[in-house]
Structure formats: structure tokens, C-alpha cells
Design a protein around this ligand. Structure first.
Ligand code: AMP
Ligand code: ZN
Length: 134
């Protein structure tokens, strides 16, 4: 997609700190520089996000996320990782090309990568009625 910053990164038109690449997936460091090793993993085929992504691209991307998390933990001195995805503008998505954030973690690193939620407004039973699928 011509106007997409991640498509431009994949095409090499915008520089990036590449971490991993195969035929269908690209992974690179997030420019935010907010956590050591903060990585973005994206399918090479453009899709705007989790909902519109074809199953094959999604599976390939998640597989690469698994591979990178294992590598960071086994080979790179990290002990764990948070994997995050923001779906939709209201959820904080700013780049509309599917991506997963990997935040590599170490005990006591002081990184807070899980959202700090307020109290929910509905009971679990109410939410089950609203959300149950099938
Ligand atoms: P999200 O809010 O989930 O859509 O995340 C988009 C992420 O892309 C943010 O964490 C940005 O810091 C990151 N980002 C934006 N432009 C670039 C770029 N040129 N290279 C690497 N990361 C980028
Ligand atoms: Zn794109």
C-alpha cells in the first residue's frame, strides 16, 4: 500500500533496525525507544489490522512472534516478554498495518507494558451475555 509507513519499511524505502525477515514477515525495532528491544512484527502483505488480515498472514506473523520471543529468552538474556496488539483507533492503534509489539522483559526491569485498567462497569454475567459467541 503506497501510503503505509510499514509497507515502506518492508520495501526498504524507510530505514529500520531489522531483527528478522522471511518470505512473509518482517520484524524491526520500534523507534519509540521506550523499552529495550521493543520489536514490531508485521506481515509483508498489507492488511490494516487484526480483523481484516487474512488467516495465512496472521498465522505467519504470530509464528514469527513466537520464534522471536523464544530467541530473546533463550539467546538474548531476557526472561519473558509481553506481546501486545492494538486493534482500532479507540484502542490506541496508530499505524494501520497489522503489527504485534514484543516487549522483552527481565525481572525488576521496571517496565509497565500492561495497561492500567480502572474498575469494570458491568458484572461478569452481563458481559458474558453481551460477548458470548456461539
Ligand atoms: P500502534 O500504536 O500499536 O499502532 O503502534 C505503532 C508503533 O509504530 C508505535 O509504537 C511507533 O513508535 C512505531 N513506529 C512508527 N513509525 C515507525 C518507524 N518508522 N520505525 C519503527 N517504528 C515506528
Ligand atoms: Zn502496509
Amino acid at each position: 500500500m503506497t501510503d503505509c509507513i510499514f509497507c515502506k519499511i518492508i520495501a526498504g524505502e524507510i530505514p529500520s533496525y531489522r531483527i528478522y525477515e522471511d518470505e512473509r514477515v518482517y520484524a524491526f525495532l520500534d523507534v519509540a525507544e521506550d523499552a529495550d528491544g521493543h520489536t514490531l512484527v508485521v506481515p509483508k502483505r498489507h492488511c490494516s489490522g487484526l480483523i481484516d488480515c487474512d488467516g495465512e498472514s496472521l498465522a505467519d506473523t504470530v509464528h514469527a512472534v513466537q520464534k522471536l520471543c523464544a530467541h530473546y529468552i533463550r539467546d538474548c538474556g531476557f526472561e519473558g516478554a509481553n506481546v501486545l496488539n492494538f486493534t482500532g483507533e479507540c484502542a490506541g492503534q496508530t499505524v494501520f498495518h497489522l503489527h504485534f509489539h514484543i516487549i522483552p522483559r527481565k525481572t525488576g526491569d521496571g517496565v509497565y507494558s500492561f495497561p492500567r485498567f480502572k474498575k469494570c462497569t458491568r458484572t461478569l454475567a452481563e458481559m458474558q451475555k453481551i460477548l458470548a459467541l456461539g
